[in-house]
Design a protein. Sequence first.
Length: 432
Amino acid sequence: MEQVGTGAAVASNEGVAMPNSHSELAAAETVPSATAEELVSRGVSYQLIAEPGTELMSALSAIAAQPVIAVDCEGIQLSREGKLCFVQVAIPEQVYLFDVLGLGAILFDQGLKAILENRNIVKIFFDCRADSDSLFHAHGVKLENIFDCTMADVWIRSMSEDRTPTFLNGYQRCVTTYLFPHIVIEPSAITEPQPSQLQSESRLQQPQQQQQQQTSQQQSTAVPLGDFESLDLADPSKYTEPYDYFKALKEFVGATMEHHGSNFWAVRPVHKYALTYAAFDVSYLLQMYHVMLNHPTINGRLFPRQTAILNIKEASLMFAAFYRDQPTFPARSRENAKVPSQLLAYWYKYRNDQLQLRIQLDHMQRSHAMLQEQAAELARQRQRMGGATNTHQHKSKSKSKSKNKSNSNSNSNSNRSKKTKTTTPTIPKQKA
């Protein structure tokens, strides 16, 4: 085990149950994480696991207890036709680097496959197409409940701009956009694949002998590793901008990969700065996820929060199947850097449907408010009319009572007069 940064060994978490309720997931999606600047200043704590044993079981148990994790893969021409070498998993405060070449099938059989297929654990990826293809065809893993930051970026841009995005944004562009927004980089170098990148990615379609010739030519023309060893990567605090340290790591790994050719991630031991880069890479995904969830286009400005998240997850599953479900691995080309047309059609229809529903809902709400106001006005009118009616009835009752009382007095006087006449004695006349 090798560690870089300020982390400590992972404690055993045997027997911790996986999250199994939607409320846990909803709560986890709002938990803030450390900022990107804090990651650089304090270092990323990672644990390299290359052999079966208690460390592997403890790490898998700790990961299984999390409702949200970030996942990334590294390998040789990562796909069903290549080889998966590393799986990186980030949880808060810790990153696990699993050496697939050293662990083999044990890694997946003892828990990682169950974790990646668990529908109650959110898995954060960035452009999971090649990762999904390699995991499925080489290790039988079918990803579930994934949140691809590439798809989230397409959602944010499609809901924020008047035009529909054409190209997928790369990892570097998304890191600077969401984690280091004050950093300005050239869009042309990020949004579209460069000729050198397309040339290296097309190796899968070339004969083996031609690949070996190109690899030997690259090794003869690549910058020697000694020139990059002079880079001061041991102390991140010496860099003015935190992003500059990550950029230096990325350049170092890129130059080293060019030097070693396509077998870079299969060489053992892996350079410690390459491991540090891999740890930063997956840690930034965890950061990016929390930042994206708070973006206005996801956090309820246009649609309810859960509706936006559900759409991104559904698009992520479509994205994961993009290479995986094809009979053969597709040739890598410029078209793969574009937003998939079926995804655009799906979201375009959804957005229009939702806007129509929003208009109808607003109309219904206004109509409901008008009906409520009319009902309240009617109640006030009835109240006023009821008050006037009560006053009239009170006056009528008062007059009736007065009349009845007057009649009663008259009757009493008349009765007394009659009684007086009736009770007066009559004196008989005497005869003479």
